[in-house]
Design a binder for this molecule. Structure first.
Ligand code: NDP
Length: 286
């Protein structure tokens, strides 16, 4: 029976460490500040932004939400982002996705100052993952590393298989595992015989958005299985991994809900603190 990697417990430990780190920064008169730009009134986005704001305040971070109407022009949205780029009190800028259809998301994300790009989606940061040293890893990817580290799961030398190659999760996660010296295979919809690859994984990360994609037969005995997927089936949230069968065979597994999800917002806070440290502290201060 696999060890259950409880994301809520791990996120609580991350938050406890962060609250201490933020208190120490404030003693040095560094007050990290996160700005979230929210466009439109999508209920799910508004609820994610509220939880980000709540956690920031709970930890002693300054957080501001800039709300813009759904019909805001691209140039007005860009102007708002540029104001945050220019504001020296702001360390981290996040544009809540998805943006309305009339807005070119890539162009907007390129408008965020790369040194304040807390989501790690700016092409300059993406280029830095390719050489293994971004300012920050995207929050979900960073959360996966936090889970592996806090579970004492070795990464270097392990065979890691990542199912999914999206810009938000799959691709950066494969880059992170490679940067930590795993041997990485990245799978996607065109991968032939997916199970042949997943069965070789010591670390299996599944971020496909397909309920039940991975079953016990697709997993190596003793593997660490990280299920990123969030799917709604018959009114319940489930991952991409068939938890009930895989839990019998894996060595460790993240549940859905309560696995990777709770880490994602905590890592946003950790990324904000990291950007504040980089911007405001000299080597001597550190
Ligand atoms: P995308 O839809 O952008 O990407 C899905 C990826 O999975 C694509 O690369 C796709 O391949 C691949 N894929 C889909 N089906 C299969 C399949 N049958 N076999 C192999 N590969 C497949 O999704 P995201 O990356 O944004 O999100 C993935 C999942 O993670 C979703 O369920 C999402 O809700 C969840 N999520 C969870 C978060 C959390 O905090 N827990 C945060 C972000 C996302 P191809 O490129 O060929 O199309």
């Amino acid at each position: 029976m696999a060890r259950i990697l409880d994301g809520k417990v791990i996120a609580a430990a991350v938050k406890q460490d962060l609250a201490m780190e933020i208190a120490q920064l404030r003693e040095k008169e560094v007050q990290p500040k996160l700005v979230v730009v929210l466009v439109g009134d999508d209920a799910a986005s508004a609820s994610y932004v509220r939880s980000k704001e709540r956690m920031a305040r709970e930890l002693g971070l300054e957080a501001e939400v800039i709300k813009l109407s759904a019909d805001v022009s691209e140039s007005e949205l860009m102007r708002q982002i540029e104001l945050q780029n220019a504001d020296d009190s702001v360390d981290a800028v996040l544009v809540q996705l998805p943006l309305p259809e009339h807005i070119d998301t890539d162009w907007v994300l390129m408008g965020v100052d790369p040194t304040k790009d807390v989501d790690g989606f700016h092409p300059q940061n993406i280029g830095r993952y390719a050489i293994g040293s971004p300012l920050v890893w995207p929050c979900t990817t960073a959360g996966i590393l936090e889970i592996l580290e806090r579970a004492n799961a070795p990464v270097a030398g392990q065979t890691a298989v990542v199912v999914g190659r999206s810009r938000i999760v799959g691709w950066p996660t494969a880059q992170l595992l490679l940067a930590h010296n795993a041997t990485v295979v990245q799978c996607h919809r065109q991968t032939r015989n997916l199970a042949e690859f997943t069965r070789q994984a010591d670390i299996l990360v599944v971020a496909a958005g397909q309920a039940g994609l991975i079953r016990a037969d697709d997993v190596k005995a003793g593997a660490v299985v990280i299920d990123v997927g969030i799917n709604r089936v018959d009114g319940h949230l489930v991952g991409d991994v068939d938890f009930d069968s895989v839990v019998q065979k894996a060595g460790a597994i993240t549940p859905v809900p309560g696995g990777v999800g709770p880490l994602t917002v905590a890592m946003l806070m950790k990324n904000t603190v990291r950007l504040a440290r980089i911007r405001r502290l000299t080597k001597e201060d550190e």
